[in-house]
Every structure is written in C-alpha cells, then in structure tokens.
Design a protein around this ligand. Sequence first.
Ligand code: CU
Length: 669
Amino acid sequence: MNKTIIFAIIILMAKFAHAQNEDSVFKDSSKIVDLTEVTVYNSKKVNKATDYFKSNQSATLEDIMSRLPELSLIKRGPYGMEPSIRNLSDGRINVLIDGMKIHGACTDKMDPVTIYIEPSNLKSLEVESGGTGSFSGSSIGGTINMKKDEPLLYSGKTFSGIVQSGFQTAAKSFYEGVQLNYSTKKFGIKGAATYRNSSNYRSGGGKIIPFSQFEKINYSLSLKYKLNERLYYLADYIGDKGYNIGYPALPMDVGFASANIGSMSLSYSDNSKKLYTWNLKVYANSVVHKMDDTKRPNVPMHMDMPGESNTKGFYAEASYRINRHQKIDVRIDASSVFLKADMTMYQPGELPMYMLTWPDNRTNQAGIAAKWNVHVSDKSSFMISGRLDGINSGLVTTESKSQMSIFGYEKKRNDFLKSVSAKAYQKAGKNISIISSLSYSERFPTATELYGFYLFNASENYDYIGNPFLNPEKSIQAELTGNYRFGRSNIKLTGYYIHVLDYITGMVNPALSVMTIGAAGVKRFEQIKFADIIGAEGSLFLNVNKNVDVVSTLKYAYGKDSENNPLVAIAPLKSIVSVRRTFNNFYVQAESEMSAAQNRVNKMAAELPTNGFAIFHLRGEYNFAFFKLNSKAQFGVENILDKNYTEHLDWGKIPRQGRNFYIQLKVAF
Ligand SMILES: [Cu+2]
C-alpha cells in the first residue's frame, strides 16, 4: 500500500515537474470559517457565510460545528458534544486551540476540547479533512483548529468592548458575555468572560429531559506587545469552570470540571524577506474532571470518578519563499501528555473499592512536518506535504504498573508515525475549479485504547479494556472536489473515500467478567483488517438578488468494515437549507433541517435504527443605535412545530430540544 502512494505521488510530481505561486488557491480546499465579528454599525460588509454558520449570538461552538458539512456531533448530553470529521472522532482527529494540544480528562469523553472556546473569542475555525490535515499532528481523520482572537492594538480607540445577554425558553437558559479591550500603539490587553446557565430542557411534545442541566463560566485574558514593526509577543490564558453538568444518556454527571490553558508566543512577519513568517509557541494546560452519580436515583452502588490531564508542549512554524512560484512551510513540535483517572465504588456496608481507570500514563511526542506549495500557473497549483512523529508512551507509577501487570503492560512503547499527502488544484474553464487529493497517514492509539481499565460504554452497555499491543492505525484517502462559481454564487461538491487499515474497535472477550452492574459483557480493543467510509458533501451559496440569499449544505456517508458490517455511528443523509431576506437594518431567515433515517446499524455495538425528521426555524436580527452605540437584537424560534426527534449520533435516543424561543441583545462600544 505504501508503494502505491509513493508511486501516485511520483506521477503527480512528474506531471507538474517543469511547471513553476501564491498558495491562495489552497484556501479553497481547507474550510476556514472566519468568525470575526463585524462591529461597525450598519456595516454592509456582513459576511453572510459566517452568519449562516453562527446561527445566533449565543450559539455555542457545537452549534457552529453542526452546521459545517464536514462535521457531525456525537451527543451524550446537551453540553460537551464530541465533534467528528467525516464520522472519524476522538484519537482519529486533532482538535487544537491555536495549534496547541489539549487532552480531555474524562474517560467517557464528556469534555471534548471544543468546550473551552466560546465563539465570541473565536477568530476562525479551520477544518482540514483527511490525511491532508496531518500538518499539525499525526491523524487519519484531519484537524479542527480553533483560532482565538487577539487583543486589538490602538486604532483610534483606547477602550472598546462588547456586552451581551440572552435567554432561551426550552431550557430556561441564560447567556451573559462581556469583552473589554484596552490598547495603546504598542500594547493591547483583552479580557473576556461568558456565563451560561441552563435548566433541564423541554423536548418536542413537552417532556422535560432530566439531568440535562448545566452551568459554566469561561474567562480569558490575553496580552499583545509589539516589539517592533514585524515582531509581536502574545501571552494568552483561558480558564473554564463547569458545575453540575448533566449527561442524560450516561449513568453519571459532572459535579465539577475545570481547565487552565496558557501559552506564550512570538510571531514575525515580513513579506519582503525570503523567510517571510515564523511563529513560536510554548504552552501548558491542565484539566480536572469530577464525575459522580450522587444526584441519580436508584443507583445500586455510588461511584466517584475523577480524572486529570496535564499537557506541556511547544511548536515552531515557518514559511519560506523559494521563488515567485514556490514556498515551503515547516513545523516542528513536541508535547508531553500525562493522564490519570480513577474510580471509587461505595458498596453499602463494605469498605470502598478503589481502582485506576486510566492508570497513570504519559505520552511524549516529537514531530516534524513540511509542506511544499507550487504555483504552476494561474490555473493550476499543487502541494505535497509530509510528517514524521516519534512517540514514546507508557505507564509511569508503580501503582499503575502493578494494577496492569496482569495484561502485560510492563514496557514503554516507542512508535514511529509517517504521513504523506498530495493535493492538486486545477481551474477548468472560467467558472469551474477542481481540487483532488491523495494521502497516506497513521495515528497513535489513544490512552483509552491502550490503557483503559473497565471503562463503561453506556451506548453499547459493555465494559471496555485497553490493549497495549495495538499497532498504529493507517489510512489511505482520496478526495475530489468540484467548485462552480457564477456571479456571487457558488456550488461545491466533494466526494471522498477513506480506507482505514488495522481499524481499532471493541471485540467481546468472554474470558473477562464485568465490573459494571448490569453490563452485557467486556470488550477489549482489537484491530480488524480494515474499515471503509465513502461519502459526499455539498454546499450552495446562492445570491438570488441584492436582498435574498440561500445557503444550503448536504452530507452523506456510508461505512462498513472488512466483514461487511455497517460501521457504528455513521450519520445519515442530512441537509440544512436557509433562506434570508435582508431589509435595511434587519433580516429574517427561514430554515429547514432535514435528516434521512439511518437503518444501517452495527448490531454488535447494540446500535438501533433512527427515524428521519424535518424541523423548521425562523430567525431575525435588528441593528440599531442605543445611545449612539452599535447594538443588535436577535430573536427567533427553533423547532417551530415542536417535533419530537433524535439524531442518529445521539446516545440513548434522548429526544432533542422542542420549540425554543430565543432573544439576544448585544451592545458594542
Ligand atoms: Cu466524565
């Protein structure tokens, strides 16, 4: 298989060899959702695409991601939904904040990294799918990178800020946010805080979903200092605290969760130089997560399950211009992740039982990546990239080693990962462009897959055990995108094929007995020969006239393993269509969200079919001056018909939110 890839790349290189740059065309192929707020009163420069992805001011990052055709969300509760790129999630994808690695501290995946960024702090969301998304970390599914916004430097205003507030009826939820920026010509400091408080929500038809409440506060402080015209220093801190977070599809909730995320960086740019930009960042973060079931009724045996993660790392990125037509991007990075989680079971009348669920383990990684961009002509360009990673991983305390010695975990393991990809852009005619890519990539198994010890999977009703002898997963992928532009409108269609070798999945191990009361059995992570995902995505931005826009997205995927079983958790055909009519200072927008049924389910994972659904929303926005301040009011109703529905990736078939009215106010100064 390696040979095939290398061969294909040689052909590609030969094809473009005597060709001779701007990589701007490649911006087309990785999705960057720019979320920069337009705060100028009555600005005509509103980015309609951005507005479509961010359906309202209080939208969470999860709401935004769910509207991107490449992404789906796995739901265990209304909070902390787990993102997947083309149905690949968790260890198969990178989820980064400004290029930094962060590892969740929950053995049940309640805390994906995306919960730590509030959209009001987000500059852009970058999604790179497949093997071509391995530049900032070895992965087979691609990368989601959340770029946080930076403090403003002086541009006529020393003090500026935004205050916002909102309320939604379905969960009686409040959203409050404030941002303040102080700046001089050399120096800028920005602080932001967001508070969200939500009660149990009401599903379609009126039933209240118990254990769906949450409360969280997110705060951040960043400082930017201009050392000279080309060199900036940036220090950044994000803090996040969550309280009493319910997960209706799981047997446990979160009493308290906290994250501290810090970084310092230097960035340089000078377009006249050959080495025209570089960026150096050092970072550290820690996450604490405390699960318990003390609020749940009828629990046969109470448990406490705390976990923690600590990550340190750095990266350096540079871009070098070889000549007018060629440039090279290089990245070196290293990180070290420590994880620990344990469980204490309180059996009535007996001494508490204690065990490690993520026995203390550390994974060290060092990698180097390079990307060669060649601008052949205005009509065609290509890019070849590669990455190498050395990984060292193992248990680190005598306690964890002695608990796990029965499974043969004595030794640390060393792995070497390789990824390579090629991507080509070709303009065919005045309005059509085609992007094709081919990649080979590898990924390291997760701590759960290697070291997990009786981790209960509530969706399958099985206890899971890790396997320290797993090989890295490998993947070969091909992707073809056609883009048709006409006037200010645009249609884009993508087809892709993902072939995963040594696919890691849970297999029933009858030799092991269950730990969780009521579990159907124990599964151990094993590898099957391969798994395939074939799918398509489409998007349409249609500018009907000056005042009417239509945005529509569509996605479909088909997955099966080497034994021809459907893959678990494959989202069915889904489409969102939204139509907006803009008036002078306001707009109204009607939306439909439609999903087909999913009947291809994995029986071994106890998966059940899901019905299709159609729901409708109506939204509006009004811009006005409030004591001469730029102000905005947003209002709307979601799920107008109060439909009772679930999506296929929702665990436990817990119904989603019913009819929901919302109102948001925002004032900028
Ligand atoms: Cu948890």
